[in-house]
Ligand binder design. Structure first.
Ligand SMILES: [Zn+2]
Ligand SMILES: [Zn+2]
Length: 402
């Protein structure tokens, strides 16, 4: 039984009839789901109460803080400790992306798969960088997997943000307002203002809730919620910086708004934007791959701009790479179309011979499988396979279940 990886709502890893789902978004599969972090596009399994879910405790707390409901069927997974599912073993490693974020190393008797989820390679104001994990098959996110994504040093971005707030916005009587993801960048901004300035930081709605959770895990963040009396006073005084989730409605008139996001790297001059990213950029992705020493690389989680990333991996690193699709992949390469059909044929044959002890003749089985769209050759090959596996045995007139 081969170790296989494929895409279906999330990433599916299967071995010997067992399987797990990574960052799955739908309840269609009943495999246990391992969730890398609390961003909504990765944590959607928590919307399905019946699914068995694993995540770190901070990830669970963040979802709870963000008012996700019915968070049932959850078990914590700890950094460096293993969870067993059949012959698969799952180990969590720091991903350096946001509070509680991890990568999953999945080992089988045949080899190891590393699924990065979202990850970051630089130490930031709030997170420690991800460290590479040796693996055979690397499934890597490519959110910023194109050469145009080259992020400046974090400290340079931080100084630029502070300069704009303190030298431009505040002296002009405006409140510098950063629109940022409430998990990750919001806390980075609080932390960098705390360490580089004396400017009080005010946070709005979910940015406050999430920052409270960071605090409960020992992050020293100094901020005030916009709706508290102290926050209202600061907003009236005008000498503070405001951090608000991207979509939140704000009822103030003297705001000077800027975006803080990795996407700012390609937004030149269109709007005030700072390239503060919690993902690896193009060069970091390549260097991370090199340091994990995989035999093959499968890419996921990019868009139109990063479609060509796998070809950079092949050309620059000489490692087999391709985008992860619904097609099954093994440590050696993609499973062929013929192999996929053979597997399906063998599964149906095993169902067709379901009466124990009863003998089935080959011509009858060939006719049965033909009705389901399989050729004589496919049925014969599938029969041979089931005989080899010991599922069926030969009889004088045909085959029967063992
Ligand atoms: Zn994320
Ligand atoms: Zn993501």
């Amino acid at each position: 039984m081969a170790l296989t990886v494929r895409r279906s709502n999330g990433v599916i890893v299967e071995y010997g009839g067992e399987g797990i789902a990574l960052d799955a978004s739908s309840g269609a599969l009943d495999y246990p789901v391992f969730v890398t972090h609390a961003h909504a596009d990765h944590a959607a399994a928590f919307k399905h109460p019946h699914l068995v879910k694993y995540s770190t405790e901070p990830t669970y707390r963040l979802l709870d803080t963000l008012r996700w409901r019915r968070l049932r069927n959850w078990s914590p997974i700890y950094l460096g400790r293993k969870v067993r599912v059949g012959d698969l073993e799952v180990t969590a490693h720091n991903a350096g992306h946001v509070l509680g974020s991890v990568q999953f190393e999945v080992t089988s008797p045949e080899g190891t798969v590393l699924y990065t989820g979202d990850f970051s390679m630089g130490n930031s104001y709030t997170m420690e960088a991800a460290s590479p994990v040796g693996c055979d098959l690397l499934v890597i996110e490519t959110t910023f997997g194109a050469p145009m994504f080259k992020f400046p040093k974090r400290r340079e971005v931080a100084l630029e943000m502070v300069r704009w707030a303190v030298m431009e916005a505040i002296p002009a009587g405006r409140i510098p307002t950063f629109r940022a993801d409430s998990i990750g960048n919001a806390q980075e901004i609080i932390s960098l203002f705390n360490s580089l300035t004396n400017v009080p930081v005010v946070t709005a709605r979910s940015a406050s809730w999430v920052s409270d959770t960071y605090r409960s895990y020992g992050h020293s963040l100094d901020f005030v919620d916009a709706d508290s009396p102290e926050g209202q006073e600061l907003m009236e005084s005008g000498s503070c910086a405001l951090i608000a989730p991207k979509g939140a409605k704000l009822e103030y008139e003297n705001l000077e708004t800027a975006l803080a996001s990795g996407w700012a790297a390609i937004m030149r001059n269109r709007a005030r934007a700072f390239p503060l990213s919690d993902h690896a950029d193009f060069r970091e992705l390549l260097s991370y791959i090199r340091r994990c020493h995989p035999k093959r690389v499968l890419t996921f989680h990019g868009g139109a701009l990063t479609r060509g990333f796998a070809s950079y991996v092949r050309k620059r690193l000489g490692i087999d790479a391709r985008p992860l699709t619904r097609r099954e992949e093994t440590l050696m390469g993609p499973v062929s179309k013929r192999e996929v059909r053979l597997k399906a044929c063998a599964e149906m044959l095993a169902k067709a011979v379901r009466i124990p002890g009863f003998e089935y003749t080959e011509p009858w089985l060939v006719r049965e499988m033909a009705r389901k769209g399989f050729t004589r050759g496919e049925t014969e090959a599938a029969l041979r396979r089931l005989l080899e596996l010991g599922v069926l045995e030969n009889t004088p007139t045909g085959v029967r279940l063992v």
